[in-house]
Design a protein around this ligand. Structure first.
Ligand SMILES: CC(C)(COP(=O)(O)OP(=O)(O)OC[C@H]1O[C@@H](n2cnc3c(N)ncnc32)[C@H](O)[C@@H]1OP(=O)(O)O)[C@@H](O)C(=O)NCCC(=O)NCCS
Length: 165
C-alpha cells in the first residue's frame, strides 16, 4: 500500500480500510449531515450499508484513497480523499469535508497543509486537482487559501489545481 495511514503532531490520518464499523458509523453520519452533503455532487442521504460496501471496494481499488482525520482527543474532524488517482499522469482529484463542529476555526487549512506535505513527499503525485460547486463560496476561498489556482469554470463548477512545489 503506497498511501498508508500517518500521524502528524496534531492529527491522525487513518485510511478508511483500517477503521472499525463504529468509526465508519460516525464518518457516515457526518458525510450525510445536511451541512456537508449540500455541497457534495451526490447530495442524497445514502444507507450506512452502502457506505460499508463502498469501503469494502476500496480494499481492491488503488485509484481511490480515503482518510478519516482524528485530533488528539480521537475526535473525528473530517475526511480527505483522492479519487481518481492517475499514477501515470501523477495527478489526483481530491475531496475534503470537515465535521461541521470543527469548521470555521482554521483547522481545515492546517489539516490540508499537513496532508499536502505528506502526500507530495511520497513522490507519487505532482498535482492535485479539485472541482468545487460555484455556489460554495466558502470552499472556493478555502481552496485558494491552501494554494489551489483557479483553472476554469464550466456548468456551475470551478476547477482548481495545486502543483507540488
Ligand atoms: C470547505 C471547508 C473544508 C472549509 O473549511 P472551514 O473550516 O469551514 O473553512 P473556514 O471557516 O476557514 O473558511 C474558509 C474561508 O471562507 C470564508 N468563508 C466562510 N464562510 C463563508 C461564506 N459563507 N461565504 C464566503 N466565504 C466564507 C472564511 O472567512 C475563510 O476565508 P479566509 O481564508 O479569508 O479567512 C468546510 O467548510 C467544509 O467541509 N464544508 C462542507 C463540505 C464542503 O464544502 N467540502 C468541499 C467540497 S469542494
Amino acid at each position: 500500500m503506497i498511501f498508508k495511514s500517518f500521524t502528524t503532531s496534531k492529527f491522525k490520518f487513518v485510511n478508511f480500510i483500517e477503521l472499525s464499523k463504529d468509526a465508519h458509523k460516525q464518518i457516515w453520519q457526518v458525510r450525510t449531515s445536511y451541512e456537508v452533503r449540500q455541497f457534495m455532487f451526490d447530495k442524497e442521504v445514502f444507507p450506512f450499508e452502502n457506505h460499508l460496501n463502498f469501503v469494502e471496494r476500496l480494499k481492491v481499488d488503488n485509484t481511490k484513497l480515503y482518510y478519516a482525520i482524528y485530533d488528539e482527543n480521537n475526535d473525528f474532524v473530517g475526511s480527505i480523499s483522492l479519487h481518481p488517482i492517475n499514477y501515470s499522469r501523477r495527478v489526483a482529484d481530491w475531496g475534503i469535508y470537515i465535521n461541521p463542529q470543527y469548521q470555521g476555526n482554521g483547522v481545515s487549512v492546517e489539516i490540508a497543509n499537513l496532508f499536502f506535505d505528506s502526500i507530495f513527499s511520497l513522490d507519487v503525485l505532482d498535482k492535485i486537482t479539485a472541482v468545487v460547486l460555484d455556489f460554495n463560496l466558502r470552499s472556493i476561498k478555502f481552496h485558494e487559501r491552501v494554494g489551489f489556482k483557479r483553472e476554469r469554470e464550466c456548468d456551475g463548477q470551478m476547477f482548481f489545481v495545486k502543483e507540488r512545489l
